[in-house]
Design a binder for this molecule. Structure first.
Ligand code: AMP
Length: 420
């Protein structure tokens, strides 16, 4: 693996971007590249393979989309007749992410004359086919629908020059490994490959090894450090008081938009109904809702028509809302990485964000795992109208040895964090 030697540059002009792209970035209001963009754009323009360790919120979509647009735009200038083959393919795990990447390509590539399209499952394939038949330079796809359309003979990847695998860790979490392998068998071995993942467990490193050739590694914002730029706090509250506490918190004028997380689809629906009954206009998105319903809810939220969106973790993947003021963990996730992904929805691209968590007595153990991962203790809001009946404290977890010493028959075993 090559190491990155060059110093990061500071402006889009310095990155050698062509005028149509610079103009588009100005239109988007981007002033300077984010660290992942500073590092990745020159490597990709240099036609090298790239292993990017970065999560959403770092600007990684632009980090790969901008140089792809530039490479294909330059190639297009040399074409004598219109080449209708797919030249770049971006594979991403969820529909929401796919749509967002396609929107970004539209925004950054609006003055390049390149064509692009997005395909994903759960909707009719007909409109997607008409776009494909017109010819696309860049295709964004989720794995299932991509393979489906390849098998039906609508997609030919044999002229592909650039392959991007986005959110590779989530791709594996969601069970797409076999689909990814099938896709790899369909693309030319001589190609440029870009591989992005928020985390790099051994399975991901192994997968990257099968895809990339002599890649340059770029790493920004390791998962735990996301937590540093978001202002976090936790409310200890009994389970049955979480609803009233939420109404109280949402009544604060500083909450201009809030993404609220529940663990289950049923919980998301129940909470949205509760909020609407209490006069707080809100929508819920989760996997049981149709793609149309999810997109509508998301658009309403992005446009500020609804101030509150309740989501499950899966449905929220790829939700990218500029200026999201608050993330609220109505339920604490049992997987600590999920907490970091959730709070990373606010405080995007360097902005400040606020993340509030409602923790009941059963969730203390999850909070302790989160503290370990982020290597900090989330400050407690002591002063609120619905304090827990039983006082909680966040003492460090006892070591296994301490636990053994504390436990003797007849003596009540100390339960972590509970002061009775
Ligand atoms: P991503 O990590 O690709 O999901 O991007 C996160 C957010 O950052 C998106 O809302 C982008 O529009 C925004 N963004 C990306 N690059 C920049 C930039 N250079 N300056 C300002 N915002 C950016």
């Amino acid at each position: 693996m090559q190491e990155l030697l060059s110093q990061p540059m500071i402006s889009f002009e310095n990155l050698g971007l062509i005028e149509p792209i610079q103009r588009a970035l100005k239109t988007e209001g981007y002033i300077k590249p984010t660290p992942i963009q500073e590092q990745s754009i020159p490597i990709i323009l240099d036609r090298k393979d790239l292993l990017g360790c970065a999560q959403t919120g770092t600007g990684k979509t632009a980090a790969f989309s901008i140089p792809i647009l530039q490479i294909l735009h330059e190639q297009k200038q040399n074409e004598t007749r219109r080449d209708r083959h797919i030249k770049a393919l971006i594979v991403t795990p969820t529909r929401e992410l796919a749509i967002q990447i396609d929107e970004s390509i539209q925004a950054y590539g609006r003055f390049t004359g390149l064509t692009h399209s997005v395909i994903f499952g759960g909707v009719s394939q007909r409109p997607q086919l008409s776009a494909l038949q017109r010819g696309v330079d860049i295709l964004v796809a989720t794995p299932g629908r991509l393979l489906d359309l390849v098998n039906q003979g609508y997609i030919n990847l044999s002229h592909l020059a650039i392959l991007v695998l986005d959110e590779a860790d989530r791709m594996l979490d969601m069970g797409f490994i076999h689909d990814v392998k099938k896709i790899l068998a369909l693309v030319p071995p001589k190609r440029q490959s870009l591989f992005f993942s928020a985390t790099m467990p051994p399975a991901i490193v192994k997968l990257a090894g099968t895809i990339l050739q002599n890649p340059v590694k770029v790493e920004v914002n390791p998962i735990a450090s996301t937590a540093e730029k978001v202002q976090q706090s936790v409310y200890f509250v009994d389970k049955d008081k979480k609803g009233p506490l939420l109404i109280h918190v949402l009544s604060g004028p500083e909450v201009s938009s809030a993404l609220i997380f529940t663990r289950t689809k049923y919980g998301a629906d129940k909470l949205a109904t509760f909020l609407n009954r209490a006069g707080v206009k809100s929508d819920a998105i989760h996997g049981n809702k149709s793609q149309e319903a999810r997109q509508k809810a998301l658009n309403n939220f992005k446009k500020g028509k609804t101030r509150v969106l309740v989501a499950t973790d899966i449905a929220s993947r790829g939700i990218d809302v500029d200026d999201l003021s608050h993330v609220i963990n109505y339920e604490i996730p049992n997987v600590p990485d999920t907490y970091v992904h959730r709070i990373g929805r606010t405080g995007r691209a360097g902005a400040e964000g606020i993340a509030l968590s409602f923790c009941d007595s059963e969730e203390m153990v999850y909070l302790r795992d989160i503290h370990k991962l982020i290597d900090q203790t989330v400050p407690v809001v002591e002063d609120h109208p619905f304090p827990m009946m039983k006082k909680m404290s966040m003492k460090p977890a006892p070591s296994p040895k301490q636990k053994r010493n504390n436990f003797s028959p007849g003596k009540r075993r100390k339960v972590y964090g509970r002061v009775s």
